[in-house]
Design a binder for this molecule. Sequence first.
Ligand code: C2E
Ligand code: MG
Ligand code: MG
Ligand code: MG
Length: 283
Amino acid sequence: RAKQSGRATYRIFEAQMDAELQERKALEYDLRQAVLKDELEVHYQPLIDLVQHDVAAVEALVRWRHPVRGLVSPADFIPLAEETGLIISMGEWILETACRQVMEWDGLRVAVNLSPVQFRNRELVETVREVLVRTGLDPSRLELEITESVLINDSSAALEILNGLKGLGVKIAMDDFGTGYSSLGYLNSFPFDKIKIDKSFIGDMSSKDKSGAIVKSVISLGQSLNMTTTAEGVETPEQAAFLAQEGCDQLQGFYFSRPVTAPELSAFIARWSSGKKTGEQAA
Ligand code: C2E
Ligand code: MG
Ligand code: MG
Ligand code: MG
């Protein structure tokens, strides 16, 4: 009996695995098509400079406009793109699209996320160099965001690539700071220009005294290391005020704007420079 029900359970399990595999295959097929059919879009979220009180940069965030599923978030397809290697061509397309777009926004910098898989590709430095040449973007206007997962496996290869990228004149930011195992160690060993404080700390600031204290010390750490600090996930005026008071350089979050399409971001910049510097644009 036990054996029988065990077999039945296994069959259900097998059917489930099958369904999941099918679903994954379908998604993978769709994703390959997406690249060919132009279904990918880059959205932009502003980073507000607290000293200049201006839009300093935008972060490029990829979206997939799926004909049936609607707007798919990167969390739902980047992992698949990484497993299949599609991230290499996709990443180059995102980088080029973002660099070309930011040329239309006077003096603004653009931050582009790099996947660890792109980082394992020896050609990364050459790819970035070519994109800069093709688009004509001044390298100092490009920031590449990496998380510490990039550095974990082969840190000497990673350091070589990072130095190669720095040699092009682009800036390097450590994304999601504080969520990994040894953010401090990596900060010490790699040439970062910028720290992005993970949004989990910002979101917790009002409920946990500890998060506020951590955020404060990361900001002063950034100051003493001569790195720019950005807080991500700023959703309320209270969070913005606290971060400003503590000397954070840049703020990014729904309080200012969600990631939006390029025309919407142009409108945001126009509104911002016409003086509506309050939370009116907040979602
Ligand atoms: P990330 O690089 O840390 O990007 C910030 C994420 O926080 C974005 O999610 C953004 O929409 C979200 N966010 C911004 N402000 C707020 C806020 O105030 N509250 C909350 N709750 N969230 C906020 P998104 O666009 O879904 O991207 C998620 C992650 O997917 C990114 O995290 C990044 O790791 C990855 N990703 C996105 N675009 C790309 C890309 O073009 N290439 C690669 N390799 N990864 C990407
Ligand atoms: Mg990022
Ligand atoms: Mg982040
Ligand atoms: Mg993140």
